[in-house]
Design a protein around this ligand. Sequence first.
Ligand SMILES: Cc1cc2nc3c(=O)[nH]c(=O)nc-3n(C[C@H](O)[C@H](O)[C@H](O)COP(=O)(O)O)c2cc1C
Length: 338
Amino acid sequence: MPAQLPRKEVRFDPRLPWLPGVRNMLSPMAGVTDRPFREICRGLGADMGFCEFASASGLTYGGEATWKLVDTEGEEGLVGIQIFGSDPEHMASAARLLSGRRMDVLDINFGCPAKKVVKKCGGSALLADLPLLEKITRSVIAESLVPVTAKIRTGWDEESVNYQEVGLLLQELGVPWVTMHGRTRSQKFSGEADWDRIARLVETLDIPVIGNGDVVDGASYRRMVEHTRCHAVMIGRGAIGNPWIFSRMKAVDEGRDEPVVEFTEMCRVTIDHIRGEVAMRGEDQGCLVVRKHIAKCFKGYPGAAMLRRKLYATQQIDEMINILEDAARRGDPRVVQP
Ligand SMILES: Cc1cc2nc3c(=O)[nH]c(=O)nc-3n(C[C@H](O)[C@H](O)[C@H](O)COP(=O)(O)O)c2cc1C
């Protein structure tokens, strides 16, 4: 048996019998974690995937684009839907409207730093208004058919760091876990995620804490768990163009060496991803949307920049697949001439 990473013993919610076995999750990421990408990540070892966040008001008013974000019909494996908003009634009605959806948890976003979200007092702005945060959490829990989880940051800014208070409040309200990105709202994505604070939250709460921030490979996954003793780790940017991060984390959990990802495998997975996006969005949009993954993929291979340029030059699925198949056949991006 490989040595287990050190985790704090926690109280699991009996409604989530699968939670003890969940060690990693794909973060909700707007514009990134759509269904094809969630499926790719799951296929490579992600224990659970989250949809991009959806506006509670958008869901309440029946916005077609918003509803598409939470399309999980028939999706296999563990999946969470995340909502954001500042109006407890809209949050409650979103939870009610979502109640027929295929999902394992409904997550509330208390961490988004984006101006357009916080200016309406949603996302991380709620960390600075705990009475409203409490009201929202209560109203979503009251309407949701599935357990309600929460994702927070460490506080609004360095002067108002309050994650322990927020965590205890959420635990008291009955959430089965809290995910924390180890930055304040004012940090946005700058500096480093504060893993000491994640460790403190783990110590403070009896329920599982999901650590989040700056895990990019198996080694940093191991370091985060060793440092914080968190129950599981949520991966955001580290999965873009690199869904293999999930197989790396699995290898760490199972005491194996991190797998080497061959160039041909990168091509194969990228082809699957393009096919999935095109099936969901049509050719133009589908080919466009994979670009942000391609931009981060094939790193370290000489000739990767040229391969990317070739792929960016077309919005035709057949052409993209030909380029990738050709490169994969030869096993080297350098042979792809512009
Ligand atoms: C493009 C992008 C979109 C994001 N969208 C969401 C979102 O919809 N909901 C959310 O809770 N966090 C969102 N986040 C934050 C991530 O889920 C995660 O908390 C953050 O990136 C830190 O983790 P990382 O260092 O693993 O990326 C987003 C981050 C990025 C980069």
